[in-house]
Each structure stands twice: as C-alpha cells, then as structure tokens.
Design a binder for this molecule. Structure first.
Ligand SMILES: [Zn+2]
Length: 247
C-alpha cells in the first residue's frame, strides 16, 4: 500500500484516478474501466477514503489487505487508503485540503468520482469532497510545497444511480477480471456464517453484478458495460465513425 503523503517527486503522474468512499466501491462501479484503461497503457490509481471500519464483517486492516490484492487484479499502478471514519465522512476544510494535496501529488488527468446522489451518505459526500478537492488542487497558493494541478476531466460513476448515462464503457473483456477483483474481498463476499442474513451469498452477488453490467452493455450493443455521467457536453470529431447502432 502506498503512503498518500510520500514525496510527490517520487511519484510518476497518474492518467486516471478513481476516488471512492469504501474499499470495494470501485470494484463494483468502475473496475472494468480501470482495467481497460491500464490495458490501454494508462497509469491508473485508486484512493479509498475509508477502510470500511463500520462494516459488519472483517476489520479495517483486513479490508486494506484485500483492497491491495484487488488492486493487483485491477492492474493499478497506485492505491492508497486515507482511513477517514467510515459512515461518518464529512466535507470539512481539512478533508478537502488533504485530498487536494494528494491530487496535486498524483496529477491525474482524469478523475472518477461516485455519482453525486445515492443511498449511502459516504458516497455522495465522497463525490462532493472529491469535486471540491479537484478544484482546490488547481489553486496556486493552496500549498507552498506542491505545484498546482487541476484534473482536466471528471467522470461520475453512475452504476448505482438510476440515471441515463452520458456514455458506457464496453467492459466485456474485462468483466471476469473485475469479478475476481471483487471477490478478493473474501471477508465481505465469502459465504461466512457471520452476519450471513445481512449479506447475500457470492452467487447472488455474481448474478446481480452480471445483470447490471449486462443492462448497461445492452445500451451500447455489447455484452457488459459500465456507465458514467459527465456534467459537460461530449464532443465528437467524426460523425461518420460514431459507435453504437441507432436502428
Ligand atoms: Zn461504498
């Protein structure tokens, strides 16, 4: 696991950084896209804000260990955990400043954030803190010891939001690997007796995840997909070779 405060001189900039509230969030929402991007040769990373210490199963140390194994499956160049309090994420000045400092060190061109509304308060707070930190990271006078860096693009991972995506990434070839990454969290998805009435079995999880990925894949005419929303309008250079069949 990387230290998010290691000197930024030692870090090669990332092309793509996903920021998430809990370990295993990216594996459920944008893991296929992270794998696909790494396969395209991009340097990818994940910053988890909490270690999931309010979870009914396992413990934070185990979750972080599992997230490291999952990160290898996702072909990440970098992953760290800020160990902020799970289920109590707050958008405070210190939180935004800390996150902005990490963004300045990692210099991602594109950032994936959770969708800005949702059932779990940590998810929409992570979205808001993430957005504001991306903005702050671009302010020259924010910190003396790191140069400013503002990500160019912000993508909102909308898999659990019932909204029309701006675009869907074809993850058909990455789907199995993404599933393996998710099941690295064996404390969460194993068929452990502990809290079993609260947690679905591994087979149920597999079915649910495949059904959702199939739904989004279907929107673009492929087997499995992951949806994203962007707030700005998409641009195309070539209207003749555009993907996704109309009729
Ligand atoms: Zn979560």
């Amino acid at each position: 696991m990387h230290d998010p405060n290691e000197p930024f001189e030692n870090l090669r900039p990332l092309d793509l950084l996903a920021i998430a509230a809990h370990p295993d969030d990216v594996e459920q929402t944008c893991g296929g896209t992270l794998i696909h991007s790494a396969e395209q040769g991009y340097r990818t990373g994940v910053l988890d804000l909490t270690a999931g210490d309010m979870g009914s199963r396992g413990n934070p140390e185990l979750r972080i260990q599992e997230s490291k194994a999952a990160g290898d499956e996702l072909l990440l160049a970098w992953r760290a955990n800020l160990r902020w309090p799970d289920a109590r994420l707050e958008n405070t000045t210190p939180a935004r400043m800390t996150l902005a400092g990490v963004i300045r060190r990692l210099k991602p061109r594109t950032v994936i954030l959770p969708y800005w509304t949702g059932r779990h308060p940590d998810h929409y707070r992570a979205s808001e803190i993430g957005y504001e930190a991306c903005f702050l990271a671009g302010l020259k006078k924010l910190e003396e010891d790191t140069p400013p860096h503002r990500p160019f693009k912000i993508l909102y991972s909308s898999l659990y939001a019932n909204v029309t995506p701006s675009f869907v990434v074809d993850i058909s070839r990455q789907f199995e690997r993404r599933m393996s990454a998710l099941f690295c969290y064996s404390s969460q998805y194993g068929d452990a007796a502990e809290a079993s009435e609260l947690f679905p079995s591994q087979r149920e999880v597999e079915e649910r995840i495949a059904a959702v990925a199939r739904f989004y894949g279907n929107l673009i005419g492929v087997k499995y997909g992951e949806p994203f929303v962007v707030k700005e309008t998409m641009q195309t250079e070539d209207v003749v070779s555009m993907a996704v069949r109309s009729i």
